[in-house]
Design a protein around this ligand. Sequence first.
Ligand SMILES: NC(=O)c1ccc[n+]([C@@H]2O[C@H](COP(=O)([O-])OP(=O)(O)OC[C@H]3O[C@@H](n4cnc5c(N)ncnc54)[C@H](OP(=O)(O)O)[C@@H]3O)[C@@H](O)[C@H]2O)c1
Length: 277
Amino acid sequence: MSTIAIIGGGNIGEALISGLLAADRDPQSIIATNRTRSRSEYLEKTYGIRTTDDNQAAADGADYIFLCVKPPQIVPLLGELSETIDQSGSSIVVSLASGVTTSAMEDALSAGSPVVRVMPNTPMLIGKGLSACAAGRFVTEDQMDAVSELLGAVGDVVVVGEDDMDVVSAVSGAGPAYYFLMTEALIEAGVQQGLKRDVATKLARSVAAGAGALLETSEDEPAKLRANISSPGGVTIAALRELEESGLRGAFFRAIEISAQRSAELGAPSTTSDGDH
Ligand SMILES: NC(=O)c1ccc[n+]([C@@H]2O[C@H](COP(=O)([O-])OP(=O)(O)OC[C@H]3O[C@@H](n4cnc5c(N)ncnc54)[C@H](OP(=O)(O)O)[C@@H]3O)[C@@H](O)[C@H]2O)c1
């Protein structure tokens, strides 16, 4: 079985570990690193994986090296690991950090190193994520397939061109926040109309979960699912008219445009932000 190094066993690193084990991977084939010993002890105890605070030792001989640290740490980390990775020869480096380009990663390694850039989102924490993957210049199709299969343990996977990554970041990386905001707004609107807060919260959360499940399983387009519950002259269409007149659709167009621009700014080499969502 291939070996996997998870550099940075924080939220996303742990989600990956948990998903890989749920997909029947041998815990001993996974090694995770953290600088804090207590975090490593927690991961060892909870998942039975191997841990270390030595990134080079973890990367040495690993088939896949997942970088799950904050964006500004990626390039320095690759500098630290480059010799080990070069000697191993066949390791595939996969970064889950926002904004760090494959060319920045390739430049930090020796020529010809296969790297993959992934934009995850937080539902990955419960195995329902979306990982959008862009290949570096030296990754083969088989290697991309293998990385996609591993990430499939924590949700859906799509392969995109790297030029699309800023928009992908705005749509799916940040996307869960838009649904949380809509759920929050629905709760407040219900309370404003006299519902008890706990009842409004139960309704709004359940609606979000149910609509999400329908979107996931139905073959109908979202527009058809919406039309199905919009009876002529009815309750739903009255609310939809108000939302359209209030500019909801235009707000999404503008929000995604500005979010993609922000992603591009944060990914620019001179940025000092941690580049996170
Ligand atoms: N699209 C999204 O919505 C989304 C969501 C979440 C995350 N992400 C991306 O995923 C990445 C990880 O995020 P996260 O939320 O998992 O962050 P996190 O919880 O802070 O995890 C980072 C982990 O890396 C460890 N670490 C830091 N520096 C290290 C080093 N030099 N060597 C080894 N371990 C090190 C930290 O532990 P110690 O301090 O103990 O070392 C920590 O456990 C980020 O780059 C972020 O951009 C994207």
